[in-house]
Design a protein around this ligand. Structure first.
Ligand code: PRT
Ligand code: ZN
Length: 293
């Protein structure tokens, strides 16, 4: 039994997807065309394709798992009127964050979504846009473009646009103003709803546990510090999300201890300064590579 996971071949999602799998301990023997790669460490093979093809491949069971933008899956589902959904989101993955937004030329007199009535809206996501417009009760005309959406108003092929935005630089460069967020999206792990053998289910479970471990480790930090023994309780309370810390004696300093703890949330400078005020010295905050709950 082997399963197949599809990821984007090249583009914004590609490196981070491969990196996540690597952090989960999955490595691949790359083939020359890099379309299909054999999984060396788990019975999980890799399919590298254009991101737009991924939902279809998943639906047809050419792969059982995939990493792709939520925007791409949402559009596919709306376009194909998939109810009940044939594709299931297993985890959001916290990379490639962006939003699908409506943007209008700087001089456009925009009040609310009703200002879009009767307008031509250029987008690569016509079904998601239509869904948004109907939720606002607005009748407008989506114009499907596969790229360079942001120049459509200048070319006169549309009045306004609905496109993915991350920093907003592209909009600014094209004298466009973001006026509505249709959806916030990020990369996510999906599976199809095809029935698998127990072994297949167990493999997906294992992958999910490893992904959870990687995500937890990314947020968690290992904190080491020295503290007066009587300040241990106060210091423990200051450590975000720390469980019972380990205390170690310090040679030649009976009143002080070394305290080690795993913080399950981000540790900011504020926390470190508060720790120091509570009497902590020699504070070290270390990254954690892997974590098993
Ligand atoms: O070749 P292939 O079809 O596989 O790739 P692609 O060109 O269709 O996709 P790609 O690699 O550009 O994006 C893949 C996924 O990354 C998208 O489906 C989103 O889920 C996610 N993502 C995150 C983005 C952005 N951020 C993003 N900023 N996708 C596109 N953009 C574009 C946007 O369309 C606009 O042109 O970047 C521009 C805006 O960026 P800012 O920073 O100027 O606001
Ligand atoms: Zn694409």
């Amino acid at each position: 039994m082997r399963l197949r996971i599809a990821i984007q071949k090249s583009g914004r999602l590609a490196d981070a997807s491969l990196e996540l799998l690597k952090k989960c301990g999955i490595t691949f023997a790359h083939s020359r065309d890099r379309l299909f790669s054999f999984g060396r460490t788990l019975p999980l093979d890799l399919l590298c394709v254009r991101d737009d093809d991924i939902p279809q491949l998943l639906q047809e069971n050419a792969c059982q798992l995939a990493i792709v933008g939520q925007n791409t899956v949402r559009e596919f589902e709306l376009e194909n009127d998939n109810s009940p959904p044939l594709i299931e989101e297993l985890r959001s993955l916290d990379f490639c964050h962006c939003r699908l937004s409506v943007a209008v030329p700087e001089k456009f007199d925009y009040r609310d979504a009703t200002s879009l009535a009767g307008r031509k809206i250029a987008t690569s996501y016509p079904a998601t846009l239509r869904d948004f417009l109907s939720s606002r009760g607005v009748d407008a005309v989506p114009v499907r473009l596969s790229g360079s959406v942001e120049i459509a108003p200048q070319l006169g092929t549309a009045d306004v646009i609905a496109d993915l935005v991350s920093t907003g630089t592209t909009l600014k460069a094209n004298h466009l103003r973001e006026v509505e967020t249709i959806r916030n999206v990020q990369a996510a792990l999906y599976r199809n709803r095809c029935v698998l053998h127990d072994e297949g289910e167990a493999l997906i479970d294992k992958l999910l546990k490893r992904i959870d471990g990687v995500q937890q480790a990314a947020e968690s930090k290992y904190v080491m510090l020295h503290a007066p023994r009587e300040a241990v309780e106060r210091i423990t309370r200051l450590l975000p999300g720390a469980e019972s810390p380990t205390l170690l004696p310090l040679e030649g300093e009976p009143g002080r201890v070394a305290l080690h703890a795993v913080c399950r949330e981000a540790v900011f400078w504020d926390h470190i300064e508060e720790l120091r005020d509570a009497g902590a010295t020699a504070v070290l905050v270390l990254p954690i590579e892997k974590m098993l709950a």
